[in-house]
Design a protein around this ligand. Structure first.
Ligand code: GGG
Length: 359
């Protein structure tokens, strides 16, 4: 039998990131062990994050991207800690990797899990099965702008934060979302902007969307303003399939989506460099949750779902499907952390997931 060993860089980073990455690694190693040697993982852990910042003044080493480049994938935890300003920790690590490796497509699936209570499910028996596609390289997160302390005299500081929308950037993410919509049973793509109020970049986005849509007559489309889409998430969830939006809008909508599915702790994500020139990065949507860090209470399902997205990317779709089945079997059996109404700790859920790998 041919053994394929995948080189994975693990970056637990901050807070509950450590607990959920450890959980995900345990589940992936158990999966590999059960494969009879068909595949395996060679892990290298990078101790970057807020602690590293306290010791070195940097969230990651200066040569960090060079060191990550040879890996098949990056498995990430969460970034952010009260001792470091949030914009410093985010730009110093997570965004440095996403932008440095041109991971321009951020995929955030949202769906119900058996046994998990949702504010939507109690209201009606809707099915929830969406993928939020987030433009991950420009938009509101382009890092453009500046502050002028002296602009208007004492107390009159002025700050400018610009968004960047390029035709190439809009087109590649919109095309990516159309291709994804084509693979789904409901072939529908919803594009989200605020182009009535933001008349340059988001109008460009809308124009590109219309132009690309003409090439996909088999995909139903709609353009919706972000405020209306927030309401639609709650009121007409059954009307959505794939949702594509800018960096900021999709960030907010995907948090709303995972809360509607039951908890942010369940949400998985993939930061993809679709051309595969650089490694892609897989991480739960949630942040570092300082309030519960170190208590063994973090929900590992977002991280394990992200591991499933990583398996798909590595060319192991059957193994990815096994992980998804294990997640559903675990929640259906009522082994749930507190954020979804249970009492189990991270380790108990992890053990249940490993036990359910045969399902
Ligand atoms: N695992 C995701 C994470 O650490 N998120 C922290 C955060 O603040 N992210 C902002 C963003 O996704 O733009």
């Amino acid at each position: 039998m041919t053994t394929r060993t995948f080189r994975i860089a693990a970056i637990p980073a901050d807070g509950v990131g450590e607990e959920v990455v450890a959980a995900g690694r345990a589940v992936l190693d158990a999966l590999a062990e059960g494969s009879g040697g068909a595949f395996g993982f060679a892990w290298e852990e990078f101790p970057w994050g807020a602690r590293h910042y306290a010791e070195t003044g940097r969230m990651m080493d200066e040569d960090g991207l060079e060191r990550l480049r040879p890996f098949d994938a990056i498995y990430f935890g969460a970034v952010g800690w009260p001792t470091v300003p949030d914009h410093v920790s985010l730009w110093g690590l997570r965004l440095a990797i996403c932008q440095g490796f041109d991971q321009w497509a951020n995929i955030r699936p949202v769906h119900f899990l058996p046994g998990v209570r949702s504010p939507l499910r109690s209201a009606d028996d809707h099915e929830l099965d969406w993928v939020v596609v987030r433009e991950n390289s420009e938009g509101e997160y382009a890092g453009l702008g500046g502050r002028n302390l002296a602009a208007r005299g004492p107390g009159g500081e002025v700050a400018v934060q610009s968004s960047l929308f390029t035709e190439v950037g809009c087109e590649r993410i919109i095309r990516f979302a159309f291709e994804l919509a084509r693979t789904r049973s409901r072939r529908k793509l919803s594009s989200v902007t605020k182009s009535n109020a933001q008349q340059y970049g988001m109008v460009l986005w809308d124009e590109v969307f219309r132009r690309v849509a003409a090439e996909y007559p088999d995909v139903e489309t709609e353009s919706v303003l972000v405020d209306a889409m927030s309401a639609k998430f709650v009121l007409r969830p059954e009307d959505l399939s794939v949702v594509v939006a800018s960096n900021l809008h999709a960030d907010i909508l995907s948090d709303l989506g995972s809360a509607l599915a039951g908890s942010l702790g369940l949400a998985a994500s993939a930061n993809l460099n679709p051309e595969r020139r650089f490694p892609s990065m897989f991480e739960p949507v949630h942040g570092s949750a300082p309030d519960i860090a170190g208590l063994g209470r973090a929900n590992p399902i977002g991280a394990v779902g992200s591991a499933a997205l990583m398996l798909d990317h590595l060319g192991l779709p059957a193994e990815a499907a096994r992980l998804h089945r294990a997640i559903a079997a675990t929640t259906a059996a009522g082994v749930l952390t507190r954020d979804v109404g249970g009492t189990a700790g991270t380790e108990e859920v992890t053990d249940a997931l490993i036990g359910a790998l045969g399902t």
